[in-house]
Design a protein around this ligand. Sequence first.
Ligand SMILES: N[C@@H](CCC(=O)N[C@@H](CS)C(=O)NCC(=O)O)C(=O)O
Length: 234
Amino acid sequence: MARKLYERVGKQDNHRPSPFSWRARYALAHKGLDIDDHVPVKFHDKESIAFSGQGFVPILIDGAETVHDSWAIATYLEDSYPDRPSLFGGSQALAHFMNTWADTALMPAVFPLVITDLHANIAEDDKAYFRETREKRLGRTIESFAADRSAFEANLAKALAPLRAQLDAYPYVSGPEPAYADYAVFSVFQFARCVSPTPVLSADDALRTWIDRISALFGGLGASCLRLEEGVAA
Ligand SMILES: N[C@@H](CCC(=O)N[C@@H](CS)C(=O)NCC(=O)O)C(=O)O
């Protein structure tokens, strides 16, 4: 049964920084399911994913099934492969909360710190679409939005408090073992390190221990990201 993952592509085809596709990749790896084909999709390329009836990636094709949205992909995999390791460590509802926290609290705190590097490190023919859609959403230019870096760093420090408290109490966000809640949160840090050469966490930040452990799972899946320092940067 062929399994394909349509993913946002960065500056070149093997640069796949999207946090949402990292979630899908980790969910598939957790279930022990291989991906036969990764299909790179640019921001402005809506034609190649029109078959899915919407304009966002990731999209998973699993045999006869087409599923879009990273959370929908996770729940699809959990329901379709119940005999494989559970993605939700006993509570899908709590994993859903963490997924929502990653999207609505963590991502908005990280995004301003990396948006200019993200724009610099997407394909040339994707830049106009990215700038236009993001500036419409932000109500100003990317550069003026991102200008006050120290304010955004202070904001991120505040946003990280619940994650730090959780990892002080447990080895993983999901408790004793890593599961989807970890991947949802990790994906945001992974996105940041895939698009920006400037780290969002200091070198001695305690969160790095957990990030490194998630990165090392599944044969070093996280380390397999083609990062800027490995040759993607302009
Ligand atoms: N809630 C969706 C969000 C997916 C999403 O925002 N995908 C971005 C990938 S970076 C996208 O396709 N953006 C298309 C666009 O900006 O036009 C998920 O979890 O999969």
